[in-house]
Write a protein that binds this ligand. Sequence first.
Ligand SMILES: C[S@@+](CC[C@H](N)C(=O)[O-])C[C@H]1O[C@@H](n2cnc3c(N)ncnc32)[C@H](O)[C@@H]1O
Length: 458
Amino acid sequence: MLPEQFCVRMKEMLGEEYAAFYASYDLPKYQALRINPLKTERDTFLLQAPFSLNRVPWTTNGYYYSGNDQPGRHPYHEAGVYYIQEPSAMAPAEYLMAEPGERILDLCAAPGGKSSQIACSMQGEGLIVCNEIHPARAKILSENIERMGVCNALVTNETPQKLSDNFREYFDRILVDAPCSGEGMFRKNEDACDEWSPENVENCAARQAEILDCAAEMLKPGGRLVYSTCTFAPTENEGSISRFLERHPEFSILPVEKKDGMMPGVPAWTEHPADGLEHTIRLWPHHLKGEGHYLAVLQKAGVLSRTCQGYCRNGVEKGINEKECREFFAFAEENLVKNITGNFLKFGDQLYRMPEGMPSIRNLKVLRPGLHLGTLKKNRFEPSHALALALRPDQVKHVCSLESDSPQVKAYLNGQTLNMDGEKGWYLVTVDGYSIGWGKLAGGILKNHYPKGLRKNG
Ligand SMILES: C[S@@+](CC[C@H](N)C(=O)[O-])C[C@H]1O[C@@H](n2cnc3c(N)ncnc32)[C@H](O)[C@@H]1O
């Protein structure tokens, strides 16, 4: 049941269109996945995918799947070959237009759909800071970053305020996928209806103002800020943007091309509309195949420069020298074909390869400072699940190659050992050529190193 006050307001906003909007609640929700180019070529995947896929028009790698398919249960999901994402939610990261080598901040990032999408555009080069304020959600974000094979992410669990105390004019682009009243998700998630109230809309707008002000400080001159929500409420959306631009005249709305079915933001829905609100974008469930979303692309005055270093409180993270990780290099020599170079960091006994120029993490709550390589043990090294998911079979010496419909895949994901012949050592376990974890072979038995917390039962 839709909240009555919500329906009254939507009727006022939409007039004649309201009937079509209301009828969209009886249509099935659209389900989609986004192919991960860090793991596969789109055309290769389209040939091998056992699902019926149709393109999401506004995203390069987005595809609708049919209600009969269950891509979340396929081993390709564990291998990070795709991310299951609501189709409209694929739009904001497209408009961020991240490029390799840049410094990007995803300020409200959990569970990580947009972070992983941004990371795909960066192709492993540069730095993406993925932040989430809630600890439990930050953990899920960090796991998704790992599953998707993202190697250049710093995952933090901070308030926007704390981050803006640490970074000034530091990022080339920032995504604020704001906590919102969630009206656009009423069809997808009925619980969202129960949590709705006009007071909550006001509270969300106030929270968005605080988050956006922090983002403004952290963006470089000339940088791009994308604000997005999954709500229809103009007190957020057009309202949040208009009030932000009043407080921050150094920002303006960037006119961007609207893609198939996207509609303009509506200046008349807010009291003091900012110039250019019609260039912001509304995604309506009765105009396109996706849920309700809003997004605005803003630019800060000035000329964007990669050489502008900005301020970051404790400088660059120095890391450790190669001698301190000799167990890792011995492991790499024995088991990898790929050379893993860069700056390394020790977090207790955990070893990471940091993203290029990673800022100091001294006073930040950090879940993942780059690519987790593994655990430094006494005179040996145990590779991490993240390393397995970041490697391709041609980058390791030993591969245990399984087919997705074989019983061994199920057994492996259940945590069972596999029988196989071969040289002793670490094996990258793959499904149709996509890595899903490690196994260690000795005496004809491949010991299972699939993380206990991820194992499937039955
Ligand atoms: C719309 S969700 C983000 C979805 C995510 N971008 C994705 O694509 O997977 C908004 C996030 O903002 C977080 N959040 C809530 N309050 C916040 C605050 N005061 N500051 C920053 N983030 C907050 C929520 O925990 C939630 O994870």
